[in-house]
Design a protein around this ligand. Structure first.
Ligand SMILES: Cc1ncc(COP(=O)(O)O)c(C=O)c1O
Length: 433
């Protein structure tokens, strides 16, 4: 097969094309490579296949929809499944977050939420609130808004000056105080006060919104210290700033509740989702909004568009069908709370890696874990990449960011499969020493 034409995303293209890793088939907890090798999925594809692969309800819903109606324009027109899916999804969301705006990816959900926040203030007569605050080491997708509020240097440095009027609060990663904590770290709630510092610098009346991931995933699994998210909420309330949770990874059951907002008992004003909304089967994202945010836009003559934003493929029929099949599968199998049942077993398993060579931290919550490794001197990211390749060779898919290995298995994972993932990783870490 010719591999030349496809410029692959977030991939070491030259390395890949010398030794390609091609998946050809998937079912349940597994992939099969083009050569027929079985690979246990330790990362739900890319944090998205929460119900496992090839689930019958989802497959059937997509097949039937493709035959029934391929496409319907989402501007000034609708189709029933878009409304059905929005109703079903808001029923899972935190109380009061009862509007859902559809996008096609997490990155688009982030752009949408940022624009919604700025426009919300404007329609209320506070058009001076234009600043956006992100957090260091945050990941909010790859579009210009998302990398501007994001805090990953590699994703930002090549792309010029980004959005104006963006600032960042400090990240919460603190190896000195929190290394090897099981679950939420004890130390660091006070880091939320960094938002007060930015309020002093910019004046809160210029700030539209703060965006954070409740648990940072792609950047390396960073957990919110106990009390941190509550503190952020209080500061936002005090100053009239909107709080946006980016739940693209944490949404749809990863933390043991449908959303991390519920797990951590903090309700944001806007909440971005993607990935698990369709179990990864068809691209889709969305922004949940509080009723009051939506209602602020509902003024002016009724024949005029209230929010000048949307995508050709917003609420695409195939995605809506996949979403309905996905939510039905989650409900029937109790998957959105299964991580809470398994988290003790998962925590014990991943923390058993403590003491292995070069393991400098282990973090976990629900069914997500990060194992941080000491980088090879002068060769950052190489140790973790070698471990990723070794695990793949031994039949387990893990994911790495820098020198952090992340695990986020489908929520259908069995205990024996958790053992297989962790045992395989253990061998790879030992061989990478
Ligand atoms: C928290 C968060 N936001 C946004 C995104 C971007 O989503 P997408 O890749 O679907 O654009 C991701 C992807 O991993 C994510 O983890």
């Amino acid at each position: 097969m010719k591999l030349d034409a496809f410029w692959m995303p977030f991939t070491a293209n030259r390395q890949f094309k010398k030794a390609p890793r091609l998946f050809a088939r998937s079912s349940g907890m597994h992939y099969w490579t083009a050569e027929g090798k079985q690979v246990l999925d330790g990362v739900a594809g890319l944090w998205c296949v929460n119900a496992g692969h090839g689930r019958p309800k989802i497959v059937k819903a997509i097949q039937e929809q493709a035959a029934e109606m391929d496409y319907a324009p989402p501007f000034q027109m609708g189709h029933p499944k878009a409304f059905e899916l929005a109703e079903a999804a808001v029923a899972l969301a935190p109380a009061g977050m009862n509007k859902l705006f559809f996008t096609n990816s997490g990155s688009e959900a982030v752009e949408t939420a940022l624009k919604m926040a700025i426009a919300y203030h404007r329609v209320r007569g506070e058009g001076q609130r234009t600043r956006l605050i992100g957090r260091e080491r945050g990941y909010h997708g790859v579009n210009f808004g998302g990398i501007s509020v994001g805090g990953l240097v590699a994703n930002r440095k090549m792309f010029g000056t980004l959005l104006a009027g963006v600032d960042h609060i400090r990240h919460t990663h603190d190896l000195a105080r929190n290394a090897f904590t099981v679950g939420q770290p004890e130390h660091g709630a006070e880091l939320a006060d960094d938002l007060e510092r930015l309020c002093l610098l910019h004046d809160p009346s210029t700030i539209a919104a703060v965006i954070v991931e409740p648990i940072a995933g792609s950047a390396g699994v960073f957990l919110p210290p106990k009390g941190y998210l509550q503190r952020l909420r209080e500061i936002c309330d005090k100053h009239g700033i909107l709080l946006i949770f980016d739940e693209v990874i944490t949404g749809f059951g990863r933390t043991g509740q449908p959303f991390a907002a519920q797990t951590f008992s903090v309700t944001p004003d806007l909440m971005t989702v993607a990935k698990g909304i369709t179990n990864g089967a068809v691209p889709m994202g969305g922004v949940f909004a509080r009723q009051a945010i939506h209602d602020a836009f509902m003024n002016g003559p009724e024949h005029l568009i209230e929010f000048f934003h949307g995508y050709t493929y917003s609420a695409h029929p195939l995605a809506c069908a996949a979403g309905l099949g996905t939510l039905a599968t989650y409900a029937e199998e109790g998957l959105l709370t299964r991580a809470a049942t398994l988290q003790g077993y998962f925590a014990d398993a991943v923390h058993s890696l403590k003491g292995l060579p070069n393991v400098i931290d282990i973090r976990n919550f629900g069914l997500v874990a990060g194992i941080e490794l000491q980088p090879i001197a002068g060769e950052p990211a190489k140790r973790a990449f070698n471990i990723f390749l070794d695990c793949y060779d031994k039949g387990v898919l893990v994911r790495t960011t820098g020198d952090i290995v992340a695990l986020s298995p489908p929520l259908i994972v069995e205990r024996a499969q958790i053992d297989q993932i962790v045992d395989t990783l253990k061998g790879a870490i030992q061989r990478a020493a």
